[in-house]
Design a protein around this ligand. Structure first.
Ligand code: 9MR
Length: 541
């Protein structure tokens, strides 16, 4: 029986005044609510709220108040709600959400400042210069309104800027302002609310794929440029018929390693209707996986479910025949998905807040044209060090569970300045070690010839391939493809990729460095470019 049902039967809700909109939070120690368990783990568990049931249904309010410690407005803070006509701001609905959160000791995530959807026509019809100043004004007024409100802690500054293949979405923002609108939006948001956590948010970026890699590269670039970005939102609109995304925890961790927080911002997991026990169990397992992936990474701050009851969900309207995506059914009864989220939050050891100590400065030995061994003084940790990562700047060159690693695939006659970071099982990372610099030796021939071809292309993208044939045996190889500025490499295989500006250097993966005399090996990649027809040819070196 649901907690709400029990409360109704025992008359606990009868003491509420009929018109009560705001309920006090349930103290964590007095219940086993989702929020109590999340708080014990140092995470938030949130829900998106719709203003109409919030005003009209006590069951909706009771669960929203008691089970969650974080709130996102499902629609009330979007541009069409807050600035339907230029410079005419309305905050009635947004303020209701914030007031509910204040009354129930919940944090609010603002959603969303700059998006191509739910943005009025008047915005879309502006000239480039007017659009930029309208964006600045909108961010200043909307984020600025809540800047001094302690419950409004974070904002989705830009939403859904990518296509699924990793290219920039060709939205009216991009068409008129180019991709610089993203950095501008973050700078305007920081100016409007210096203390808020500022996020980029998107869907289909939960696992490691072309789109999440494009997002990763953008965040890395923005950080390198000093743009104030603090967080990445993985929406997580999943469907059981499409399978669970691959490498979710690894994906969260790689963003965390860039020095940004990660949040699951809009999770729901839909199915083909009707529900049955098997589908419910699969859905529950997917919820478990997502919650556990977030719990496993210290910088993943929490999980927001996109609503909580199947009575109110965007899914059936958008995907006819699909639904039942949330953790309560239409009668506010808990589903197996509720238990899954609950048990994942409740299970496991408590949060470990302590990172490992700083590793010693690495010492290089066995330096060759393409490799070197690094050794350093081990870190210590209150629970245990689980591994080390070696970086050159922000590029990870290698990982190891011990305090030594052999790097491969390096470039001959090149200076490498490297540092080491230690991590523990909770995903905490140490501060960086002092750097060490070594220079690889000159390479030896091998008589290798790269043969490049485009395997397949489509508007805005192509699949490329390089076959390397060597007359002498080699134990490592590398090929640099220099494309025009418009080309991005979004995915590669059978190779390691290091990009510097327009030069993309592919080197061997761990398993295909050795090519015998007369032998060959092939690697491939996906490129995107903002054109049609024949993809641009690279200069090969
Ligand atoms: O759930 C929202 C729905 O009520 C709106 O009609 C819809 C309009 O585009 O937006 C839904 O929320 C979206 C969110 O703002 C951004 N990510 C995808 C969500 C589901 O479409």
């Amino acid at each position: 029986m649901s907690r709400l049902r029990r409360a109704l039967l025992t008359g606990a809700l009868a003491v509420l005044p009929a018109a009560a909109v705001l309920l006090p939070a349930v103290p964590a120690h007095a219940s086993d609510t989702l929020r109590a368990h999340a708080e014990a783990r140092g995470k938030f568990i949130g829900t998106a709220l719709a203003t109409s049931p919030l005003a009209g249904e006590s069951a909706y309010r009771t669960i929203a108040a008691s089970e969650f410690n974080q709130i996102t407005a499902e629609n009330a803070m979007k541009w069409d709600a807050t600035e339907p006509s230029q410079n005419q701001f309305t905050f009635t609905a947004a303020d209701q959400i914030v007031a509910f959160a204040e009354a129930n000791d919940q944090q609010v995530h603002g959603h969303t400042l700059v998006w191509h959807s739910q943005t009025p026509n008047w915005v879309q019809n502006l000239s480039a210069a007017d659009l930029r100043s309208a964006m600045q004004n909108h961010i200043a007024r909307v984020a600025g309104r809540y800047a001094s409100n302690p419950v409004v802690k974070s904002w989705d500054v830009v939403n859904e800027v990518f296509d699924d293949n990793g290219a920039m979405r060709n939205s009216f923002w991009y068409q008129k302002l180019g991709d610089g609108y993203i950095a501008d939006a973050f700078r305007y948001a920081r100016a409007a609310d210096p203390d808020a956590e500022l996020c980029i948010n998107d869907y289909n970026v939960e696992g490691v794929n072309a789109k999440s890699t494009a997002m990763y590269n953008l965040v890395r670039t923005l950080k390198a440029q000093g743009v104030p970005i603090d967080c990445v939102g993985l929406q997580s609109h999943l469907a059981i018929q499409y399978g669970f995304p691959g490498q979710v925890q690894e994906n969260i961790q790689r963003f965390a390693d860039l020095g940004v927080n990660v949040r699951i911002t809009e999770i729901d997991i839909r199915m083909q209707m009707p529900r049955d026990a098997t589908k419910d169990a699969t859905q529950a397992a997917y919820y478990t996986n997502m919650v556990k992936a977030c719990l496993a990474v210290a910088r993943c701050t929490g999980i927001t479910i996109w609503g909580f009851t199947d009575k109110y969900s965007w899914v059936p309207d958008t995907f006819p025949g699909q639904g039942a995506a949330l953790i309560y059914d239409e009668s506010y009864d808990e589903k197996p998905a509720y238990t899954a989220v609950h048990d994942a939050l409740a299970g496991g050891p408590p949060v470990d807040p302590t990172p490992p100590s700083t590793p010693g400065r690495p010492a290089a030995s066995a330096i060759t044209a393409t490799g070197a061994t690094l050794t350093w003084t081990a870190s210590t940790d209150n629970v245990g060090v689980t591994g080390y990562d070696v970086y050159r700047g922000t590029t990870k060159l290698g990982s190891s569970t011990a305090n030594s690693v052999t790097l491969t695939g390096l470039t001959p006659e090149t200076a490498y300045t490297v540092h080491v970071v230690a991590r523990d099982a909770a995903g905490n990372t140490s501060t960086a070690s002092e750097t060490a610099t070594f220079t690889t030796t000159a390479g030896s021939g091998g008589g290798c010839t790269p043969a490049y071809r485009v395997v397949n292309s489509w508007p805005g993208g192509f699949q490329g391939e390089v076959k390397i044939t060597c007359s002498d045996p080699v134990t490592s190889w590398r090929v640099t493809l220099t494309y025009p500025e418009s080309v991005r490499i979004t995915q590669n295989w059978s190779s390691a990729l290091s990009s510097s500006g327009t030069a993309h250097t592919f080197s061997n993966a761990a398993w295909n460095g050795s090519i015998p005399a007369g032998g060959s090996t092939t690697f491939g990649f996906i490129g995107s470019w903002n054109g049609t027809g024949t993809p641009p040819a690279p200069v090969i070196s």
